[in-house]
Design a protein around this ligand. Sequence first.
Ligand SMILES: Cc1cc2nc3c(=O)[nH]c(=O)nc-3n(C[C@H](O)[C@H](O)[C@H](O)COP(=O)(O)OP(=O)(O)OC[C@H]3O[C@@H](n4cnc5c(N)ncnc54)[C@H](O)[C@@H]3O)c2cc1C
Ligand code: FES
Ligand code: FES
Length: 490
Amino acid sequence: MTTGMEPIRFTVNGRPAAVAVPGGRRLLDVLRIDLGLTGSKEGCGEGECGACSVLLDGVVVNSCLVPVCQAAGHEVRTVEGLAADGRLHPLQAALLETGGVQCGICTPGMLMAGVAFLDAGAAGSTPANVTPMDAAIREAISGNLCRCTGYARIVEAIRLAAEGRVGAIAAPGSNGAMAAAPADGMSAPVAPLHATDVPGAERDPGRAISGDPGADSPRTLAEAYALLAEGGRRPLAGGTDALVQQAAGVARASRFLDLSALAELRGIRLDGDALILGASTTYAELRRSPLVAEHAAVLAELAAVVGAAQIQVRGTLGGNIATASPAGDSLPVLLALDAEIVAGSPRGERTIPAAAFFPAYRRTALAADELVLRIRVPVVPHRTVAFRKVGTRRAQAISVVVIAVAWHWDDGHWRDVRIALGSVAPTPIRARATEAILEGSAPTAEAAALAATTLAAEIAPIDDVRATAEHRRAVAGRILHRIIRDAAGW
Ligand SMILES: Cc1cc2nc3c(=O)[nH]c(=O)nc-3n(C[C@H](O)[C@H](O)[C@H](O)COP(=O)(O)OP(=O)(O)OC[C@H]3O[C@@H](n4cnc5c(N)ncnc54)[C@H](O)[C@@H]3O)c2cc1C
Ligand code: FES
Ligand code: FES
């Protein structure tokens, strides 16, 4: 277990690092302030801009949303670790070649997101007007903002690097033209990196402990329960909500209970007639799970529209559920699937239907000493599930309306219809009156029109910065109409 101010050890760009700071301190602050690696930038400080992107065990993350306790024992790679032996990384060279650097603020983050893409060798599906490579690159960097809007040149640079077509460019400060280094080229490990390596660190030791929360990283559930029972600790999984709230001063914790080492909260498996998803299952894991693809593909579909790459690799289903935001994208899907949430405490386990889990705005049915352990999704043969999210932009969008509809066909009629929505009421809701309209009816144009108007009247959205209540009612009705039309094929 990691407690108190024992040094937290990890590797940065191949060098061992040790910092004696509170475990809830942001990795970004440790890199920039404690270790003097100022290449990673702070833009928004809340996961939106990607300027702070680094690689954690080769996966791109926002270092502003990673507590340093979760880096313990892992490999961190920052922009400082890209050039090797006086030679630029191929992507650095390509950015210079295409002119993809303007003010340069986004560049370190773009580089790390681009390198993660190149290292994964990824290529994805595509809209018709771009090449598959460009679409995959755009998805890979969709968590990174460039205020100078140099996206076309950045995408071109990543494509050049992926295709191995980067010309020879010298690293700044080197003499003569030098070829770009191989993609995995890193300096050989050198002396350990300590906070005291940083000029000024000894003169101002207080800045390393500036009110950051502490963290405990239990290895077993029993340890976790015991720490939770002591009080004063906030569970933390991926940190993509908790660290944003911490930075904003909302729900500040003095100490985190880091759940990342708990094996009991991990894994996706089939158990009889149910798919079991550990609470710490990330969106990225949902997207790539063959079991999810086979038995509840809608979960992979929703995971693909949560945040962007950096959020999907860290954010968890358990965290989405426990945050209980009315805009949480997984919640309507879990309601429509009749999922159950298994909570655990020293008193044992209990199973709570998703329909009873969200009693009020941002409240859950969890007791103070309980954790979400896993989610149980019934596998229902021949069930169809449709999911739509409407946001204000493609990536990193908080839902304006999110809707999930589950049903099966009975001789051309709707049966077991479940319609669930988010962002239209203080909690995620089932639209029972609209379900009753569809139940047993044929998917005719008349039924679709009646269902759409019933839904618009049944929900109780509010006006906020993202949309008016009136807009949300209209959008919800229209999406349901479209879902019915698509299902019926007319
Ligand atoms: C830039 C950005 C974009 C985002 N986009 C989306 C989006 O498109 N859709 C969406 O729905 N959300 C989005 N989110 C919100 C967030 O990523 C999700 O809610 C995510 O699922 C939270 O999971 P986490 O593991 O990071 O939770 P954490 O931040 O670790 O925890 C969140 C809360 O849950 C509690 N908690 C976590 N795990 C447990 C557990 N096992 N038992 C009990 N309590 C627990 C914590 O105490 C905390 O209160 C976004 C966030 C950011 C910063
Ligand atoms: S600083 Fe913007 S995502 Fe971290
Ligand atoms: S180059 Fe200026 S923000 Fe991207």
